[in-house]
Write a protein that binds this ligand. Structure first.
Ligand code: ATP
Ligand code: MG
Ligand code: MG
Length: 380
């Protein structure tokens, strides 16, 4: 079978690596260059998008910011999973919040903003501080503002109105203001749903973001007090979207109550640990779901943590000396802060995981990874 992936970044690469042992041949569509490429080597094929769609047995996506005409072409083939509605939901916070409201899944109180009066209303009704986000763009914390005091309103509005004005009546740009949630921690749930509606859900992951970017995910912690809330949210949202594939939901944990932060209709960075932590990784399960194959085992094999390698030219050799560490390099051009690869580390106990994280923290720049040492200390 051949699977076409919209997007040719690291997620397409890892789906391709997971698809090969299943006899799934993966090609990727690079949305930027509008070329069909090999997801590992970047080799450019002469195939057009239309031909790739015709040749594919199934089509999926590695990200949600996909041009509408491309989405429509793929949907018209009836081979596209998880479908246009799911991709649109993940790619537009306004649609995402509407889905959360419809399914009665709790999220941060919010206010949509298309004019300055709405921003003033948000300050009045939601209080300060506010997290202000572009609805149709942004990842890794980009396209966001933090409003802490009234004297920032004019300045932030000036920047927001530029974004709003850059939309068209066909594709309007909107902004959302959310109450800044004083969360205790961030967690995410990742699961797969197949074409028959069966679901397989991975254990809850605890995540640390540094400057808006995920730096560390840990699986295997005792989350029994909140896990059911995440599973319920997953089931409701996946069923409502008649979802096929892997779906990720990020939450804020506020004193044991989970509030949804956002939904990603795809494999997710906070699920990379499943490559070593489970029998069937999120990448394999996504490939299985879109190819119409049975879902694989999502149980935890052993406690596992994932560390993103940001802006470095390579993974330090010393990292690989730590027991049960695996390296996943994406082969991208280095840029400051860019996700270049990740490391997974597994252990037989949380205590041992803490020890291994302490070893890893010595090999990585501390200011970029303030959470690793603290997490390691809390586990030992
Ligand atoms: P990505 O898609 O890469 O996860 P993003 O750019 O879509 O990131 P968000 O996940 O919305 O951004 O926000 C990034 C981080 O900013 C969150 O993980 C959280 O740490 C913080 N954050 C976002 N919204 C809020 C909020 N309402 N209250 C408190 N913190 C927030
Ligand atoms: Mg996001
Ligand atoms: Mg996020």
């Amino acid at each position: 079978m051949t699977i076409l992936i919209l997007g040719a970044g690291q997620l397409a690469r890892m789906m391709s690596l997971a698809g090969a042992p299943l006899n799934l041949n993966v090609v990727a569509y690079d949305v930027g260059s509008q070329k069909i490429v090999h997801p590992l080597t970047g080799e450019v094929y002469s195939t057009t998008l239309e031909q790739a769609i015709a040749n594919a047995d199934a089509i999926t996506a590695e990200f949600e910011h996909i041009p509408d005409d491309v989405l429509t072409l793929c949907c018209n083939s009836n081979k596209f999973y998880p479908g246009k509605a799911a991709i649109k939901t993940g790619g537009d916070r306004q649609i995402e919040k509407a889905l959360l409201d419809k399914t009665a899944v709790a999220c941060a109180p919010y206010q949509l903003i298309t004019e300055k009066a709405h921003l003033e209303l948000a300050v009045k009704n939601l209080g300060k501080p506010l997290v202000i986000k572009t609805c149709q763009a942004g990842y890794d914390g980009k396209g966001q503002w933090r409003l802490k005091s009234d004297d920032q309103i004019d300045e932030i509005w000036a920047q927001m109105s530029d974004f709003i004005a850059s939309g068209t009546s066909h594709a309007p740009h909107t902004i959302i203001a959310e109450k800044m949630i004083p969360f205790d921690r961030e967690v995410s749930i990742i699961g797969a749903r197949d074409k028959h509606g069966n679901v397989a859900i991975y254990p809850l992951t605890e995540n640390q973001n540094t400057n808006g970017v995920l730096t560390l995910s840990v699986a295997g912690l005792n989350n029994s007090h909140v896990e059911q809330q995440a599973i319920d949210a997953f089931t409701k949202l996946a069923n409502e979207l008649n979802y096929v594939g892997v779906l990720a939901i990020e939450f804020f944990d506020v004193k044991g109550t989970l509030l949804v932060n956002e939904i990603a209709p795809r494999v997710h960075n906070s699920g990379h640990w499943t490559q070593q932590g489970c029998h069937c990784s999120q990448f394999e399960n996504h490939m299985r779901a879109v190819a119409g194959l049975p879902l694989g085992n999502t149980e935890l094999k052993h406690a596992t943590a994932m560390i993103n390698v940001l802006g470095q030219a390579s993974i330090p050799t010393a990292v690989l000396e730590v027991t049960d560490v695996t390296s996943h390099w994406y082969g991208k051009t280095v840029k400051p802060g860019r996700k270049m690869g990740h490391i997974n580390v597994s252990a037989q106990s949380l205590h041992q995981l803490g020890e291994r994280l302490a070893e890893l923290s010595e090999c990585l720049p501390e200011q970029a990874y303030p959470g690793i040492l603290a997490t390691s200390t809390s586990l030992i």
